[in-house]
Design a protein around this ligand. Structure first.
Ligand code: NAD
Length: 301
């Protein structure tokens, strides 16, 4: 099995790449290292430094059984301030990549966002929930889904859309504006304060990155749109108590484009490819903390 992982030097992409390599798949990573890191790239993967918009590079790539498209501009806040850059990566980049891969792939797995495209969710959202993007990032990811689905139909390729909730785990960039668990862990380890934007009552569905990587393994060969989440909502205040039980948070003004409540129903993924989230948030946080502490120790950070 030959796989091309775009964004494979990033948080989720490199975890998936490792999982595929463990399975014996031959993995090629394409990444422009805009947010990804070279040290994330598994030794057994081929690495091509390049941009998904660069036709010359993409045209030179060979054929693959699977295109796992994870390269993207991923910050909601950045997209609100820079909608053109977001569209360049998430819309133009996706079209350009696919057009240059015509006839060279059998399946595309597209990393979408259940955490953003549904907007505010009252209870839990299945894939049938109406979409209501509230940021350029959400709108452009939703458009990306439609581009992938249409293109796959025209080119007799399988299309698999995985709508992740809020993913966390080792390797998440703590320097960006999203990924509250990674940001707080870094602050805790460096004895810095943790900030909550808004009143802390907003609710998210936190899914562990290893579970997400498993979904990417199990969905090979399956077509359609699938939520990948836990079905459990955790408020930012509750999350803060899990990480800092004895401390008080610092509250700042809520950020534009963020939704209030987002929790996903992933029963379709369970029914079609027997996936479900296996890691409780308490365990996932503990695992991430111990892996990050070990990583820092090994790197003398
Ligand atoms: N992290 C989450 O909670 C979450 C939730 C839903 C969906 N997603 C989606 O999952 C995917 C991976 O997200 P992540 O959290 O690992 O982010 P990330 O920023 O760690 O990874 C994105 C990777 O793509 C690369 N990249 C960006 N633009 C590129 C371009 N034009 N050409 C080539 N490479 C490029 C970056 O260098 C990086 O390595 C994204 O598509 C994101 O939209 C993430």
């Amino acid at each position: 099995m030959k796989v091309l992982v775009t964004g494979g030097a990033g948080f989720i992409g490199h975890t998936i790449s490792k999982k595929y390599i463990e399975k014996g798949y031959k993995v090629t990573i394409l990444d422009n290292l805009s947010t990804g890191k070279k040290e994330n790239i598994p030794n057994d993967a081929d690495f091509i430094f390049g941009d998904i918009c660069d036709s010359k590079i993409i045209k030179k790539l060979g054929s693959f059984d699977l295109l796992s498209h994870h390269a993207a501009q991923t910050s909601v806040t950045f997209s609100v301030k820079n909608p053109l850059i977001d569209a360049r990566n998430n819309i133009f980049g996706t079209i350009s990549l696919l057009e240059n891969m015509k006839g060279k792939i059998n399946q595309i797995i597209f990393a979408s966002t259940g955490g953003a495209i549904y907007g505010n969710i009252k209870k839990t959202a299945t894939e049938k929930h109406k979409t209501n993007p509230e940021s350029p990032y959400a709108l452009n990811k939703m458009t990306g889904e439609k581009i992938v689905t249409m293109w796959a139909k025209q080119n007799k390729t399988k299309a698999t859309i995985l709508r992740y909730s809020n993913v966390y785990g080792l390797g998440q960039d703590p320097h960006g504006e999203s990924g509250v668990i990674a940001i707080w862990m870094k602050n805790i380890l460096e004895k810095k304060p943790c900030v909550i934007y808004g009143d802390g009552n907003s609710v998210r569905d936190y899914v562990y990155v290893e579970d997400v990587a498993n979904a990417n393994l199990l969905s090979i060969g399956k077509e359609g749109v699938f939520n990948i989440g836990t079905g459990i909502g955790t408020s930012t205040n509750t999350l803060f108590k899990m990480l800092r039980p004895k401390e008080k948070a610092i509250y700042k003004k809520a950020r534009e484009g963020e939704v209030e409540r987002s929790v996903l129903d992933a029963s379709k993924a369970k029914k079609i490819f027997y996936w479900e989230s296996k890691t409780r948030i308490q365990d996932g946080i503990r695992l991430t903390f111990s892996k990050e502490t070990k990583r820092r120790k090994n790197n003398n950070e």
